[in-house]
Ligand binder design. Sequence first.
Ligand SMILES: Cc1ncc(COP(=O)(O)O)c(C=O)c1O
Length: 459
Amino acid sequence: MPIQDLIPPSPGDSADAAGEIKMELDPENSAMNDLVEEEDLKDEFCDPDNPIIVKFQDVSAAAYKIKSGVHRTPCQKSQISSIVGMEVYFKKDFLQATGSFKERGARNTLLTLSEEQKQKGVIAASAGNHALALSYHGQSLGIHVTVVMPIIAPIMKINRCKQNGATVIIHGQDLGESKTYALRIGKNKGLMYINGYDNPHIISGQGTMGLEIVEQVPDLDAVIVPVGGAGLIAGVALAVKSLSPRTAIIGVESEQCPSFSAALDAGHPIWTRSGPSLADGLAVPTVGVNAFATAKNYVDKMVVVSEDLIALAILRLIEMEKAVVEGAGVAGLAALLGDKLPELKGKKVAIPLCGGNIDTTVLGRVLERGLAADGRLARFVVTVSDRPGGITELATIISSMGISIKDIFHERAFLKSEIFNVQVKCVVETRDQEHSDELHRALKHHYPSGRIIWGPHCI
Ligand SMILES: Cc1ncc(COP(=O)(O)O)c(C=O)c1O
């Protein structure tokens, strides 16, 4: 496979490459660049020319190994079944100690190290769940972990890795730069580099989730799996298809980074442009070579979901399931809420809720987006009389319908219509889409046509 397919065409073409800020918080390693040649910086476990296809035996061995250190999370039928018209079971891996399924692969990989490697320690590049999982299990197994995180990594995750005893190095504008740096330090210090989605032991560890799903919910029609670097879908698909060949495996990507779909089209992993996403764990521009080779023949269908659907799925899970799940972890439900899989109506479906590590500040913004996507936040502009009582009249129409005003803004200076008019811009909170539509109808009825601009793009 041509190596240039796996990397961005040029640094400037990468969506993450904007800006030139560099932050180096590891003076000890600042001379590293000179010591290792660029061509030596390869992960020996992820060779594009010799991809490793993981076997079912590897997954069952992993299940045995990690049993005592990783939770067997519940897989329960959800009330959401009734709103999507199918029997939905959620596999709740956000309940793992560090809040994600990544612990499965991390612990399995650490347990397969030689004694010598355990002594030396390991290194990884990650902005989130893989770093947390590896540092947590490294601490519990007495293996030192170094993680290289990009400068955009949330401070909460940096601190949690440190609390887990890891050495944290902040380096790189994006994960690609962190990875190159981690490989360089690894080569110099003899630390094994552990890729979070493509190391074969990571893939077999993630597969243990598939084994549990099949045991917990027999006769499944489909499992819907979020896809980033594809380690999770590779392991889960391998486990599920080996035990239940009739169960369909459906992958879900963020429309901001459909790299597995692109790899299926190309026949091999290929670099795909990615944009910022609520599902940051899914924003992997090139899927893993081993993960792709293992998963490609098992995946029955791929779908993509929008940012709005991801926000809506986070909101639904909080409201109906009392579960806080991060963007990457809700992709499966987002696909159902967006009616992307109508063929599953009436069927029995399992969806991993893979992670719950969402920043509180992000959560607040996401909930607002979710309310808007659900039709429960409406935005409109209406031109009303600026004579006494004009704005009161508008407020009365809104309040009489049990709708509350969240934001209101008046504008007079730029109006081209009558001098005694005022343009009122409102954001209001309603019960649901039907309630918002009712308000729209009432306003159209009350104010002559042309004086209302309705919808998200109106301001
Ligand atoms: C919560 C969550 N879900 C799903 C994924 C996707 O897993 P993979 O990269 O193995 O495809 C990730 C990856 O980081 C994740 O953090």
